[in-house]
Structure formats: C-alpha cells, structure tokens
Design a binder for this molecule. Structure first.
Ligand code: AMP
Length: 172
C-alpha cells in the first residue's frame, strides 16, 4: 500500500503532507484488497455483515464507502459538505486538519436503530469522524465502527472517535 499512497508536501496548504490515494484507486488489485479489508470492520468473527448502512464522508470517503457497502450487502449513504444535499438535513460544524467545515446528512437517510459503518480515506484530527457520528446519532441510528485506510497517529484522531471502534489499515 505504501507504494500506492503518495505523500504530497505542502498541499493544500504549507505544512500539510497530503496523502494522495489516487494511485491506489487506479490499481485494481490494490483497490480490491483495500475495499475487502475496509469491509471487515462491518463483519463479525464469522464473516456475517453486522451493519445496515455504510456512510462515506465527502469526497474520498464516497469512493471507498460505496464498494464497501456493496461488499457487505448494505446500503450506501453520503455525508456531504454544506449546501450539497437537496432535501432536509441535519448539519454539524467541525474542524479539519486544515480549515473548518460543516457536514450534512439527509434527515431520512438512516432509520432509527440502523447500525452504521463510517468509511473514509484518512483519519487525521478526528473532527470529521466526530461530526459524522453526531449526524448519524441525530437520525436515531447507531454508529458501529469507523474504517479508514490511513490513520495519522500523531494527530490523535482516535480520541475524538470516543468509544467507537476504529479500524485502520495502516497507522503512520
Ligand atoms: P480530520 O477531520 O482532521 O480527521 O480529517 C479527515 C478528513 O480530511 C478526511 O476526509 C480526509 O480525506 C481529509 N484529510 C485530512 N488530512 C489529510 C491528509 N493529510 N491527507 C489527505 N486527506 C486528509
């Protein structure tokens, strides 16, 4: 995986090392392996799917969460940046490693009691995961676990996930 995730220094701002996963997405074997490994966070020890929905966070989370949902036999739900979803939403503001943002989720996207797997490419400060968790809870659904490709361990994002299990394919 190392070979297929490229460090881009000072993008999108000075001081940020951006983890570019597009070479991994372009590699069929790499993408297949990663989707399967991410999906494992939504399975029990016997390999049975234990989630109803997979939520992907805009934008790279969408790319990974949709095939993970298919692999699990679950539905895919997008969490989007403010103003993109066309119907009534819940909204939560949060801090990124770079900048501030608001995330939204359609109010009717999740039903009460549904179990939800959160999928994204990178866990950095954890603000995105925490905001997404809150959006899921506002729908009355249950966040079950977080599955990410890369965890930037030094930023401590896992702390913001609270008691939500975090599955990272690599911690760097
Ligand atoms: P955070 O909320 O700080 O955990 O940031 C996670 C979100 O920002 C994810 O959706 C990532 O796609 C993106 N992100 C944050 N830091 C990086 C980075 N160094 N490289 C690539 N994406 C990042």
């Amino acid at each position: 995986m190392d070979r297929l995730v490229v460090d881009v220094p000072d993008f999108p701002e000075p001081g940020i090392v951006f983890k570019d996963v597009t070479p991994l997405l372009a590699d069929h074997d790499g993408l297949t392996a990663v989707v399967e490994a991410l999906a494992d966070a939504g399975r029990d020890a016997e390999g049975r799917t234990v989630v109803d929905k997979v939520v992907g966070m805009e934008a790279r989370g969408f790319i990974l969460a949709a095939p993970v949902a298919l692999a699990l036999g679950a539905g895919f739900v997008p969490v989007r940046k403010a103003g993109k979803l066309p119907r009534a939403t819940h909204a939560v503001s949060y801090s990124l490693e770079y900048g501030e943002a608001t995330l939204e989720l359609h109010r009717d996207a999740l039903s009460a009691g549904e179990r939800v797997l959160l999928v994204d490419d990178v866990l950095a400060t954890g603000g995105t995961v925490r905001a997404t968790r809150e959006l899921i809870e506002r729908c009355g659904a249950e966040p079950a676990a977080v599955s990410v490709l890369l965890e930037l361990g030094a930023l401590g994002g896992r702390e913001l996930a609270g008691d939500l299990p975090v599955h990272s394919l690599a911690v760097i």
